[in-house]
Design a binder for this molecule. Structure first.
Ligand SMILES: C[S@@+](CC[C@H](N)C(=O)[O-])C[C@H]1O[C@@H](n2cnc3c(N)ncnc32)[C@H](O)[C@@H]1O
Ligand code: SF4
Length: 444
């Protein structure tokens, strides 16, 4: 595959990030919190799906604990909390869900999908996990959820814990393996080594999870062509149901970003062209084994229908209640975020109120742009979907933007929509700001 149009020499600068939402987070403000409170206290009003059915509802639970902080990680995580801190946090998480269960917006609604993310959900013990679920079930159950995902760091897994994770109804286990080279894992600050990956994976297969996803990162510090290829080949041998490959980003608050700023800004991470080449290598190897590329950073086994349901729902305007420190929510067209400090999160909940810190109500046009840019990351857009849902012909409305993508070799305009080329898929995040309203083009 010819990827010459991607042969720039752009470095991975500090401050790089993926597009995960719209309008960007820095436009969310505390003065809009009343808009979030108002939608929670009213009947649900998310726009129905293009087939007329009500927007699905998801629950995200943020478990912010890790054994070690990886040098590239930018998530809100804690590495020094003791067991009573963990207990206090899990009690608050259950209480937060209880508070949501009382809101008018959720009466009579069940969760269609649940996502335990982190940090490291598998950091907590089997007993803590069972207790958390018992507490939550007193107020809200997810027994009818189509998909329950649980993120794990391999070194935290034991067979008993995996069995507990299965027993609470997890359908997809997501394991952060990142790389198979032990020197690279060690020097990037990962807490696990390769034998723990294999051991955890074998246990998970024995226990029989419906689906297993593996995460890799293209661009860990110290990586080389040979080491990356060996990692991808080893990962394919494991026959995961899903593979997620992140291109290493360097947001402001990582250990590597601090080191880079201290050394005059020299980035320790491979440049973008190298990382894209590595991802393309993985895409091609997995495709030759019958897998399907289902978005800019995901590969699924054989059938696209078995794709990541939570992502598909979120990128089509689902409501999602995000619980835990710093979590993001989207309800009835309003974005909001929880407080991002330990006491800022726990304090309000322990006093019986939600710990909201900033929000942004979205306009109809912003909701359209949001779905358009997120779905573009899946590699294609169906114009009929947008016509039915928003009453807008996106091929006309964004004629100039799609035209520029085609001219640059990143997209093909089809009769009923748009398809990204492989080059477009590999650099999609950089292609999206052209669809933003002008005031948001420079924002993160
Ligand atoms: C919450 S972690 C997954 C669970 C567990 N904490 C772990 O790391 O094994 C989600 C994923 O984010 C990815 N990630 C973290 N920091 C990243 C960065 N700076 N650039 C790209 N991917 C990153 C890693 O692939 C990681 O597996
Ligand atoms: S990448 Fe995962 S294990 Fe590493 S610090 Fe971030 S959340 Fe924790």
């Amino acid at each position: 595959m010819n990827l010459d149009i991607l042969k720039d020499d752009a470095k991975t600068e500090v401050g790089s990030y993926f597009v995960t939402n719209y309008p960007p987070y820095s436009a969310w403000k505390s003065e809009h919190i009343p808009a979030a409170e108002a939608v929670l206290n009213a009947q649900p009003s998310a726009r129905p799906d293009s087939n007329g059915s009500a927007a699905p509802l998801g629950l995200y639970l943020h478990i912010p604990f890790c054994r070690k902080r990886c040098k590239f990680c930018y998530y809100r995580v804690y590495t020094g909390k003791n067991s009573s801190d963990v207990e206090r946090y899990l009690a608050a998480l259950a209480k937060e869900i209880e508070l949501y269960a009382q809101e008018a917006c959720f009466q009579g609604r069940e969760f269609d999908f649940v996502y335990f993310g982190g940090g490291t959900p598998s950091f907590i013990s089997a007993e803590q996990l069972h207790r958390l679920i018992e507490r939550i079930n007193e107020h809200w159950s997810w027994s009818n959820a189509r998909e329950v995902t649980f993120e794990c760091e391999p070194g935290t897994l034991r067979k008993k814990k995996l069995q507990a994770i299965r027993d609470i109804g997890v359908t997809r286990l997501s394991i952060g393996i990142e790389h198979f080279d032990d020197e690279i894992l060690e020097s990037n600050g990962r807490a696990h080594q390769s034998p723990e990956i294999i051991r955890a994976y074998e246990w998970a297969r024995e226990i029989g999870f419906d689906q297993i996803n593996l995460d890799l990162i293209a661009g860990m510090v110290g990586d080389t062509d040979a080491k990356w290829k060996a990692t991808v080949e080893k990962t394919l041998e494991m026959e995961p149901d899903f593979l997620t490959i992140y291109q290493m980003e360097l947001p402001q608050n990582t250990e590597y970003s601090r080191q880079a700023k201290g050394s005059g800004g020299t980035s320790p991470v491979a440049d973008w062209a190298t990382k894209r080449g590595w991802i393309n290598y993985a895409f091609e190897l997995f495709e030759s084994a019958g897998y399907v590329v289902s978005s800019a950073n995901t590969i699924v086994k054989a059938v696209k229908d078995s794709d990541f349901y939570y992502r598909s729902a979120l990128w089509r305007g689902a409501d999602m209640v995000g619980t835990g420190v710093a979590s993001f929510s989207h309800v009835s067209g309003v974005h909001y975020q929880n407080a991002d400090s330990w006491e800022g999160y726990l304090g309000p909940i322990e006093n019986g109120s939600l710990p909201l810190s900033r929000a942004l109500p979205t306009t109809d046009h912003q909701a359209l742009i949001r779905e358009l840019i997120l779905q573009l990351k899946e590699g294609q857009l169906d114009a009929a979907y947008f016509d039915k849902k928003f009453g807008v012909d996106i091929l006309q409305e964004f004629k100039q933007e799609f035209g520029s993508l085609e001219e640059e070799g990143f997209a093909l305009l089809r009769d009923g929509g748009v398809e990204l080329t492989r080059a477009g898929m590999l650099c999609v995040d950089g292609l999206l700001p052209r669809f933003f309203e002008p005031q948001f083009r420079e924002m993160q």
